[in-house]
Design a binder for this molecule. Sequence first.
Ligand code: GLY
Length: 385
Amino acid sequence: MELERRDENWYVRALNRVQAKMEKVVDRNLGKIPYTTDENGRFDDRSGKKDICWWTNGFWGGELWQLYRLSGNEKFKSEAIAVEEKMDAAFMDYNGMDHDAGFRWLPTAVINYKLTGDKESRNRGLLAAANLAGRFNMNGNFIRAWNDWGDDRDTTGWAIIDCMMNLPLLYWASKELGDPRFKAIAVAHADTAMKNFIREDGSVKHIIGFDPATGEYLRDYGGQGFGEGSSWTRGQSWALYGFALSYKYTGNERYLETSMKVADYVLSEIKDTYLIPVDFRQPENVTLEDSTASAIIASGLIELAQALESIGKEQEKADKYMAMAVNLLKTLDEKRCDYSLDKDNILEKCTAAYHDEKHEFAIIYGDYYYIEALMKLDGRVLTIF
Ligand code: GLY
């Protein structure tokens, strides 16, 4: 496995290309919080009042912090802090605050606090954690997903697999305050997710609707995947990575086993092109891809392999997971990355949801997890999640 990881340092070359590109990209995007790119390949901006609560707004800050770690260039740090400060407006919009508090404030406020000890950043992280904890439904032991969207769907009892990635905010808050409440909520949610979202074959549902008053399981939804009973690849990636993280922060082996169950299923579905579809169960004639899922699966597999290595368990599987992560990342590097200065994004062919009108475009969290995974390979990563 060591040999494979070193493999002529291809990932160091990739990181050098990322750094050289982003040194220029950040200069022409000062003050923005991007999600995607416009028709000219330039970042959009979600930092205005209308968009400040957009769920992906933490990823640009996280990417900047990783780039700061990679390069030592202060401009990445100052821009990351500017993003974090702009996001304070989100705290003033109750309906804009949702289960994605971890995605927003772990890569911004919490990592800033961990690196600099900044008290305001600590405060932001704790406010975000308290808001996330406030979404816990004691009747069903789950964290509520979105707020109502103003249409006829009642989402009060909805939980989604993505939320597993937000739990590290609660684990951090418990440790920071010496208060077990936050961790208890995270564990209760993770247990509910483990019991209800993971199918027998290791595939994962996206949305479950519980009765919010009794906690009874009502039904599941296809969500951002192809449909009910399908296997939305980013959802699989959130589960694989999210359960590995819950293992890291609790030491509960049931989460490690759940992450492995999902990983084994995911590995069995990946074709030898190493390109990831939007849904493992999309119709055979559909070729839609999602590079974000590929990057997140890769980063999650490295997390899982390292967890197994650290306890000396399942070495063969750990090697398989690491080898697959390398194959996915090398494929992205060779086939799905734009390292030119023409475009602001790195990853191409990212997809938000199967049934959206638009597919295969630039999405900021794809770039974030691609960089994070490469930096895990070369050991310089900042632990944000
Ligand atoms: N958490 C929403 C998504 O993965 O699109």
